[in-house]
Design a protein around this ligand. Structure first.
Ligand SMILES: *Cc1c(COP(=O)(O)O)cnc(C)c1O
Length: 305
């Protein structure tokens, strides 16, 4: 249904890494599917299969106006032949931003709700009112994290990745990290870089692991000091870093997730966090669709390819 491309793993070569005796690689999930990019491909894959198995022809999900998840769900629904509805937080603004314009063009019906209403997104009564309004649908939660998403995210790592000593990923809801945690080997150390501000993320991840009975075989660390002010926030040095990274390696990073993670990984290499001989696999979780909207909102010119 969703067809994956073979993704490259590229080595990121810099004299500073050689000095520290470590090697850094980037697994390019941003290349997995032209439209259902990055980790969202893996998170949606089994949800679409389950929707089909249940005979549901419509998907419904939630997200913010610039959400990678909304974009990916619209694209996946189109590729899989589903109808879909996007419940968007906040008021409609015209013209639509590039994310919502794409979603609408792909056939997603956009329905806007206030921030207060949006907080009810998990309540049965609210979901029931959506069923009355839209008819039967297969629900994919905000951010796409559920057991099927975690099952899919576990497939991000393959047998060929077992020789890496460290695996790193960015963290939003933690669904992707939970999938990776399921798959890592005893000799591997998994690091999740939070894009959100606050220590709550540590509790959130352990709750998620408990809920889905995931006991990682290797070590797991949540890094919470590279959020650059919080979710969707940024500072000039992050933008500068993303531009320089692209200049040096011709690889685009997004300012919400992958830019923050790579900034953190490279800082930690320089600080000597990774022992000599480490082979680090960073996961490029995608998110490049958001760059057009980011550039127009902040009058920036980040590269998206
Ligand atoms: C959604 C997203 C994440 C966060 O994934 P979670 O499973 O919610 O933690 C990370 N990176 C990118 C590029 C994303 O789009």
């Amino acid at each position: 249904m969703l067809i994956p491309a073979k993704v490259p793993t590229s080595e990121i070569i810099r004299p500073a890494f050689e000095d520290m005796g470590v090697r850094l690689y980037l697994k390019r999930l941003d290349r997995i599917n032209e439209l259902v990019s990055g980790n969202k491909f893996f998170k949606l894959k089994y949800n679409l299969e389950e929707a089909r198995r249940q005979g549901k022809s419509t998907l419904l999900t939630f997200g913010g106006a610039f959400s990678n998840h909304i974009y990916a769900t619209a694209a996946a629904a189109k590729q899989g032949g589903f109808e879909c509805i996007g419940i968007i937080r906040g008021e409609e603004t015209k013209p639509l931003n590039p994310t919502l314009q794409y979603a609408e063009d792909a056939g997603m019906r956009l329905h806007y709700i206030s921030r207060e209403e949006y907080r009810k997104k998990k309540q049965d009564q609210f979901l029931e009112s959506l069923r009355e309004k839209f008819g039967a649908f297969f629900l994919i939660p905000e951010g796409g994290t559920n057991s099927l998403a975690i099952k899919g995210a576990a497939e991000i790592l393959g047998n060929e990745d077992e020789d890496f000593t460290h695996v790193t990923s960015s963290v939003g809801t933690g669904g992707t990290l939970a999938g990776l945690a399921k798959r890592i080997q005893p000799n591997q150390h998994l690091l999740g870089f939070s894009s959100l501000k606050g220590e709550f993320i540590h509790g959130e991840i352990s709750e998620l692991l408990d809920k889905f009975h995931i006991k990682p075989k290797g070590e797991l660390t949540i890094v919470d000091n590279y959020h650059f002010g919080g979710y969707g926030k940024f500072q000039p040095e992050l933008i500068e870093f993303i531009r320089k990274f692209h200049y040096l390696h011709q690889i685009p990073l997004d300012p919400v997730y992958t830019g923050k993670m790579m900034y953190g990984v490279i800082e930690m290499i320089k600080q000597g966090f990774f022992p000599k001989g480490s082979r680090i696999l960073a996961i490029h979780t995608g998110g490049l669709q958001g760059i057009a909207g980011f550039n127009s909102r902040f009058n920036a010119s980040l590269p998206s390819e």
